[in-house]
Write a protein that binds this ligand. Structure first.
Ligand code: MG
Length: 231
């Protein structure tokens, strides 16, 4: 049986943070770049965090550099952590997610990983706050691992090769996400894609983008496993 790699998006797919992600991002931006920092009018769903920051700074006629980027990441992590810890915002796993992850983890010929626009430290914070263990994912492609989301699947497969010695096999890689950008990055790399309606885009939009299968959520574990494991 072929080895299968299943790559999960985080926001809108594994969990929702009820505004903590954007709230923490903006608060950090205001701290580092000033009170005019805003994400108003910017596309956020399915985007890579460094690109969102680039665009927000572009609106202010500013650009990120090594120093302010480091400061931003520090403050974003701090603000997000505080929002969760204070109970002001909650990170909640989507229906069926933990059961699906546990069942996939138990299968010898399947590995699960992350392919997300989040930065590593804040992505891990969101997962931890939702009770999802980072250790379940054997490879990670984060928001600063490529220039666009389409660049992330090859990064994940390269890490799979390093970690498990399994040759890059896009055909046996499945991407699960909630936006047309998840669908697009899968199709651009010849991966299968399961789209979920728990996040930004609705069923019609995801189907029109070319998702191989669209589900309302991941709660029908049996049906989702069957589809994921067909080769
Ligand atoms: Mg998402």
């Amino acid at each position: 049986m072929s080895e299968t790699l299943i790559l999960f998006d985080i926001d809108g797919t594994l969990l929702r943070t009820n505004g903590a992600g954007i709230g923490g991002f903006v608060e950090a931006g205001v701290r580092v770049f000033g009170k005019d920092f805003s994400l108003d009018g910017l596309l956020v769903g399915g985007q890579l965090d460094p690109l969102i920051l680039d665009r927000a700074l572009g609106q202010l006629g500013m650009a990120p550099d090594e120093v302010n980027l480091r400061a931003f990441r520090h403050h974003y992590h701090e603000c997000l952590g505080r929002l969760f810890k204070s109970g002001e915002r909650e990170s909640i796993a989507m229906p069926g997610v933990q059961k699906l992850l546990d069942q996939l983890e138990a299968l010898a010929h399947v590995d699960i990983g992350l392919l997300t626009g989040n930065l590593a430290e804040t992505g891990q914070l969101k997962l931890g706050a939702a009770g999802i263990k980072i250790e379940q994912f054997c490879v990670h492609a984060w928001g600063d691992d490529g220039e666009t989301r389409d660049h992330l699947p090859p990064v994940a497969l390269e890490r799979w090769l390093e970690h498990r010695g399994i040759e890059r096999d896009f055909e046996h890689t499945v991407i699960i996400g909630d936006t047309i950008y998840d669908v697009q990055c899968a199709k651009a790399n010849g991966c299968r894609v399961l789209a979920v309606c728990t996040g930004v885009d609705d069923r019609e939009t995801l189907e029109a983008a070319g998702a191989d299968w669209v589900v309302d959520d991941l709660s029908d574990t049996e049906a989702v496993l069957e589809w994921l494991l067909q080769s």
